[in-house]
Design a protein around this ligand. Structure first.
Ligand SMILES: Nc1ncnc2c1ncn2[C@@H]1O[C@H](COP(=O)(O)OP(=O)(O)OP(=O)(O)O)[C@@H](O)[C@H]1O
Ligand SMILES: [Mg+2]
Length: 131
């Protein structure tokens, strides 16, 4: 189960940390950011399952995706935490489009304390590091 979500500079979400329960209900007026938050999870899922290039191409290559108030060069960051892992995708934009090379990290709490990282490895476009 997802315990927590962190979002920076994604659509209307400048900087959000949200604790999730077994059931989390989003409610608020039009434009409050409900769909933006749900799309962060879809974006993360697409990045993990199909890669950042596909995830961004399905979102107009990231055009308009970064929060309008973000500083020049600020990345978009989306992370989720479960009991035993944290997965984060941090993407930069180049000329308004998502750079295809992501800063992507999957971390397990047990990693780096004497035992092998629970999750590690590399493949094109994906870098997973234990820490
Ligand atoms: N890149 C961006 N920077 C800043 N604001 C943005 C950006 N992209 C979209 N928005 C704005 O974010 C707001 C939130 O939209 P969102 O669709 O998440 O709201 P919602 O709570 O789902 O609304 P509704 O109840 O109408 O479905 C909208 O006003 C939209 O114009
Ligand atoms: Mg909506």
């Amino acid at each position: 189960m997802l315990r927590r979500v962190h979002v920076q500079n994604f659509r209307s979400l400048a900087d959000l940390s949200l604790d999730l329960g077994p059931l989390t209900v989003l409610f608020g007026p039009n434009g409050a950011g409900k769909s933006s938050l749900l799309d962060t999870l879809w974006f993360l899922r697409d990045c993990a399952a199909r890669g950042v290039e596909v995830a961004s191409s399905e979102r107009s290559h990231g055009i308009g995706l970064r929060w309008d108030g973000a500083e020049e060069g600020a990345p978009i960051s989306v992370a989720v935490e479960a009991e035993r892992a944290r997965y984060e995708v941090r993407v930069a934009l180049s000329a308004g489009r998502i750079d295809p090379f992501p800063g992507e990290r999957l971390r397990s709490p047990g990693a780096g304390r004497g035992s092998d990282p629970a999750v590690h490895g590399e493949q094109p476009g994906l870098v997973l590091r234990g820490r």
